[in-house]
Design a protein around this ligand. Structure first.
Ligand code: FE
Ligand code: ZN
Ligand code: FE
Length: 251
């Protein structure tokens, strides 16, 4: 029984961590939206801000459910409260990712590169959340907390969706880059056009093709990550954090 009490405390801690993460993301997204140039990226980030606000509310419900019946040991000065500050916990992981992103966003750079930096930062945040929600959900399942598990699962799917959209944008950006490079090459019709991209062959086709294979590699890297992680690390609760949920809707 002691083990289950401890796991419940750990889940409570993860929920506080995610609550802090969502709050920091709500505060950080407007700046990212403002800095983004690409209309699609702006729209996706705006949309995720709305989704994130709902996720924050959903976590409140989860927190209430965890307090129902039993006060987590953590609040009575347990180990996790001592380590992380209990109810006042601030997620340092998210703080670090956001701070790094903000540092880059302060730099002067080409708008397209800025968009790439914003996508990269946003994906780091999503991956942190995917890990946190996946883990918390697995703990809730182990504890037999059906309603809590379902709520966490719902958010987990939304985070996967956000990550997929960002991946698509990163890939489209590379495709566009290839297209521009291709047009340049065709327009000039000389050897230099090919050399610009480090290719020995002349013409747009080669450049575009090279970029496409790069895109495929990126897609593979991203899509393979969750499955590979799960497979490599076995079936412990924590590794379920990297496991993609099979269906979009929670039961
Ligand atoms: Fe979130
Ligand atoms: Zn609490
Ligand atoms: Fe998110």
């Amino acid at each position: 029984m002691e083990k289950m009490n401890d796991l419940r405390d750990l889940l409570h801690h993860e929920v506080l961590d995610l609550t802090s993460a969502e709050e920091q993301i709500i505060a950080a997204l407007p700046k990212m939206i403002e800095k983004a140039t690409n209309a699609g990226l702006k729209k996706a980030l705006k949309n995720h801000l709305t989704v994130t606000q709902a996720q924050r509310k959903r976590l409140e419900k989860v927190h209430q459910l965890l307090h129902k019946g039993k006060t987590p040991k953590e609040e009575k000065g347990g180990l996790l409260a001592k380590l992380f500050g209990g109810e006042n916990h601030k997620c340092k992981g998210t703080q670090g990712i956001i701070e790094e992103g903000e540092k880059i966003m302060k730099e002067e750079m080409n708008p397209e590169v800025m968009d790439a930096a914003i996508i990269a930062s946003a994906q780091k945040i999503e991956h942190y959340e995917i890990c946190g929600y996946g883990t918390a959900r697995a703990f809730a399942e182990e504890l037999g907390l059906r309603e809590v598990a379902d709520l966490l699962y719902q958010t987990l799917n939304e985070e996967y969706e956000a990550d997929d959209i960002l991946t698509e944008m990163a890939v489209n950006r590379l495709n566009k880059e290839a297209e521009i490079a291709g047009k340049k090459a065709t327009g000039k019709g000389n050897e230099n056009a090919g050399k610009e991209k480090g290719s020995k062959q002349v013409g747009g086709k080669t450049t575009a093709k090279a970029a496409t294979s790069k895109n495929t590699a990126l897609q593979n890297a991203v899509s393979k990550t969750p499955a590979a992680k799960t497979k490599a690390a076995g079936k412990t609760a924590t590794t379920n954090g990297g496991k993609r949920a099979p269906a979009k809707k929670s039961r």
